[in-house]
Design a protein around this ligand. Structure first.
Ligand SMILES: Nc1ncnc2c1ncn2[C@@H]1O[C@H](COP(=O)(O)OP(=O)(O)OP(=O)(O)O)[C@@H](O)[C@H]1O
Ligand SMILES: [Mg+2]
Length: 502
């Protein structure tokens, strides 16, 4: 048997599946695409997370598009974090191209041009379904992690949440939280100290400064009502296609704190909401995080631990997380080691550092008698990638340099009017986009403080009667004390006189 035939057999056996699957493309050996040597990913293992990596312009985003389309077609909903704004084309069919036809001929797959059901989401002022969460939902632990608080400060945050809970004060936005924090060391000091212990002003000051920092990144837009129900991410359209929820994050590149706040809150909410799935045939929801280094870049140790543990746990809920980034070393090792599907596009070897990264990357892939992994990593063309997945039994599939299929939808963005059309049609926009600022901690405490101040003010203005003057200590304003003082004085004078007389 020729080397080529052996390789063909190696791939077809290694990628055989009993259950349903999606096809990524066909395997390449020595620069030649082997038609029908399909690289297939079983739906069953898609909740085992994944990575799409590669140098700039090598095809990562198109791979993400291909995955999203094929998942949607299988009735699996998807959420995409679109940091460069280049994924909206999913809502329109591909115009086709002879290069695409050539590609598909080599692979052995007919090319179909299709559009997919898309929902546009937003974290900021941009149009689309507004994603929000209340501070209460966010909870004291996450809030402390995201603010990177000390243990003492974390304790104070916990007390503030407890106080609000005990006193039925809704914590909706950051304004509410700041108000309670101020109240705890100011107007409400006595009340707080009595029931929850003393809270130091320097600690609340430090927490307030960190909240302001978070607000400066636009987090005040994210905290509030109406809070987003994560079940709305798992909608299926009338043709049985999973919705592709595109979160437009083009204006978030320079606001990593807001991005990680949001990601963490979303993952925690999904984890709390979705039931345990057991051994299911396909995932419930797949999340793709483009430019994933952003959530790891400025993350504190505590935040990283939180992300790692969520990555570990969320799988059992049927949720798959896919990180898209230039260099796999951007993703922490503890996360990398948990990824089932790896799609590695070409890496460039310009510097010594690049060569080191290539060596490290190659070591993370299963060995292959057909490839020199390091060599393949630098010679892959655009829209080609090294793939390693998990088979239905959870074993690594053979390493396959793959000619990837082309997206069925448009590889370019939507025009402004096409985008508006998607947003106008959306039922979720109607559900979530009214800003509600119902009475919450801020208003309730303000009312309480105002009442207390009004009482104090009224007291001050009352005419000087006996009952009000009793509490005053100034002798000038107090006739009784005046009398007493003068009596003492007289007695003193009398005493002196008596002595003198004796
Ligand atoms: N699977 C594919 N089928 C057809 N063409 C592709 C495919 N993948 C990539 N291309 C071509 O390569 C170009 C660059 O791909 P893409 O935008 O996905 O790169 P990228 O790795 O995301 O780059 P960046 O790091 O700049 O975000 C595409 O515009 C497209 O022309
Ligand atoms: Mg890209």
């Amino acid at each position: 048997m020729s080397n080529k035939d052996q390789f063909f057999q190696h791939i077809t056996e290694g990628y055989r599946t009993k259950g349903d699957f999606i096809t990524m493309g066909a395997a390449i050996l020595d620069g030649e695409t082997l038609t029908d040597a399909f690289v297939k990913i079983p739906l069953k293992t898609l909740n085992r997370h994944g990575l799409i990596a590669g140098a700039t312009g090598t095809g990562k985003t198109k791979t993400l598009q291909v995955l999203a389309e094929n998942l949607s077609e299988k009735g699996i909903p998807v959420m995409l974090m679109d940091l460069k704004g280049d994924l909206s084309g999913l809502a329109q069919p591909s115009p086709g191209h002879e290069k695409i036809d050539e590609r598909h001929e080599k692979i052995g797959l007919p090319f179909e041009s299709k559009k997919f059901p898309v929902e546009i989401l937003s974290l900021s002022e941009q149009d689309g379904v507004k994603l929000r969460a209340t501070v209460s939902e966010f909870g004291p632990t996450l809030l402390s992690r995201i603010l990177d608080l000390t243990e003492t400060q974390e304790g104070i945050v916990a007390v503030v949440f407890k106080y609000c809970d005990d006193n039925k004060l809704p914590l909706l936005d950051l304004k509410d939280f700041k108000k309670v924090l101020q109240y705890a060391t100011d107007g409400g000091k006595a009340e707080f100290t009595k029931d929850y212990g003393r809270i130091s002003t320097s600690s609340t000051g430090a927490i307030l400064r960190k909240i302001i920092e978070l607000e400066q990144q636009g987090a005040d837009l994210f905290f509030g009502e109406k809070s987003f129900e994560v079940n709305d991410l798992t909608r299926i359209d009338e043709n049985g296609k999973g919705y592709i929820n595109i979160l437009r994050l083009t204006d978030i590149q320079d606001r990593p704190k807001l991005f990680s706040t949001f990601m963490l809150s979303l993952l925690a909410e999904i984890y709390d909401t979705f039931p345990e799935q057991g051994d299911a045939d396909q995932p419930e929801l797949i999340l793709f995080i483009d430019e994933a280094h952003l959530i790891f870049k400025e993350a504190s140790k505590a935040l990283l631990d939180q992300i790692e543990s969520i990555v570990k746990l969320i799988r059992s809920k049927g949720i798959g997380l896919y990180f898209v980034t230039q260099n796999p070393t951007d993703v922490p090792n503890d996360v990398l080691s948990q990824l089932g599907l790896k799609v590695q596009h070409a890496l460039r070897a310009f510097t010594a550092r690049d060569r080191k990264a290539i060596k490290l990357t190659a070591e993370n892939y299963p060995e292959s008698e057909f490839y020199d992994t390091k060599e393949v990593l630098t010679s892959l063309g655009i829209g080609e990638a090294l793939i390693s997945a998990l088979d239905e039994k959870g074993r690594p599939t053979p390493l396959a340099a793959t000619m990837l299929r082309a997206p069925m939808s448009r590889m370019d963005i939507l025009s402004e009017s096409e985008l508006n059309e998607v947003i106008d049609r959306s039922s979720l926009v109607k559900k979530y986009n009214d800003i509600i600022d119902r009475e919450s901690a801020y208003e309730i405490l303000n009312e309480k403080i105002e009442k207390a101040e009004a009482i104090a003010e009224r007291e001050k203005r009352k005419p000087k009667t006996k009952s009000t003057s009793r509490s005053r200590t100034s002798t000038r304003q107090n006739p009784v004390i005046k009398v007493l003082t003068s009596a003492t004085f007289i007695r003193g004078v009398l005493g002196v006189l008596k002595k003198v007389i004796r």
